[in-house]
Write a protein that binds this ligand. Structure first.
Ligand code: KIV
Length: 299
């Protein structure tokens, strides 16, 4: 028998009383107080709603949606229009979390002007509070210009998936002294250019910790160990919903792939056996109306 449940009523309004919108300032204050910052990705309304109600600090509408939602091989095909479509859905679901929209490949690399215009679209059309972009010294001018337009920027160093071909695959970064020094310097350049925060992806734990201790802005780690000021994961990995692979640094908190598979099979069995829909799922018609109908059609 299937158990179909609607979204649980998590809250009464009182649960959110006194709760304030998280801003770039509040996550900096969390770093200063030594409190870990929590961030997850979301790409749709119900996920954003549940996440926001759970009290997450920040939601990233990551271009990872290209892989985990749209089924692309990597993040490179993702367009501005696709990103904005998902940003709007997330913005409709989340009231409190700091919302960060991920700039897709080729939306900020061609010219500074295009970078600023596209960054602005995330706030104007996507309902985001900030944007994220990948890269170090080569992106400093774009970061400065976007910040200059009043748009908060989150940097992203280490394994930067939009450079997957240049990096020779999805592989950890900063493992040699030379590479680690470049990463360390890039982190400082991004901070100086005005980034309010920095994602460190797939870098050695002690390097991430060193950078986090040296920077004033909060670092958010993914596969970068526990020394960062906060953590982010791709939600489909955490929920066990991405079929292709699970990175080593992911802890799975649910097994939704198998749970959905079970639910779909039970539904099919119920329909095929005639046990769904049952009487409680059907609409009644008053007897006199029914008799009148049969009369009308001459049955
Ligand atoms: O696109 C994304 O989800 C990201 C996170 C992995 C940080 O960039």
């Amino acid at each position: 028998m299937s158990t179909v449940s609607s979204l649980p009523t998590i809250s009464s309004e009182s649960l959110f009383e006194g709760r304030k919108k998280i801003t770039t300032r509040s996550i900096k204050q969390k770093k200063d107080r030594g409190e870990p910052i929590t961030m997850l990705t979301a790409y749709d309304y119900p996920t954003a709603l549940i996440m926001d109600r759970s009290g997450i600090d920040s939601i990233l509408v990551g271009d990872s949606l290209g892989m985990v939602v749209l089924g692309y091989e990597n993040t490179l095909p993702v367009t501005m229009e696709e990103m904005l479509h998902h940003c709007r859905a997330v913005a409709r679901g989340a009231q409190y979390a700091l919302l960060v929209g991920d700039m897709p490949f080729m939306s900020y690399q061609v010219s500074i002007e295009e970078a600023v215009r596209n960054a602005g679209r995330f706030l104007q059309e996507g309902g985001m509070d900030a944007i994220k972009l990948e890269g170090g010294s080569e992106r400093v001018d774009a970061v400065r210009a976007i910040v200059g337009a009043g748009i908060p920027v989150m940097g992203h160093l280490g394994l930067t998936p939009q450079s997957v071909h240049q990096l020779g695959g999805f592989r950890a970064q900063g493992k040699t002294a030379v590479a680690a020094k470049r990463l360390y310097e890039d982190a400082h350049l991004l901070q100086e250019a005005g980034c309010f925060s920095l994602v460190l992806e797939s870098v050695p734990e002690r390097l991430a910790e060193l950078i986090s201790n040296k920077l004033d802005i909060p670092t958010i780690g993914i596969g970068a160990g526990s020394g960062c000021d906060g953590q982010v994961l791709v939600t489909h990995d955490l929920l066990g919903l991405f079929d292709r692979f699970t990175p080593k640094f992911v802890r799975k908190y649910a097994d939704l792939y198998n749970e959905m598979d079970r639910a779909f099979h039970e539904y099919m069995v119920d329909v095929e056996s005639g046990s769904f829909p049952a009487s409680e799922h059907t609409v009644e018609m008053p007897e006199d109306e029914w008799v009148e109908l049969l009369d009308e059609i001459g049955k």
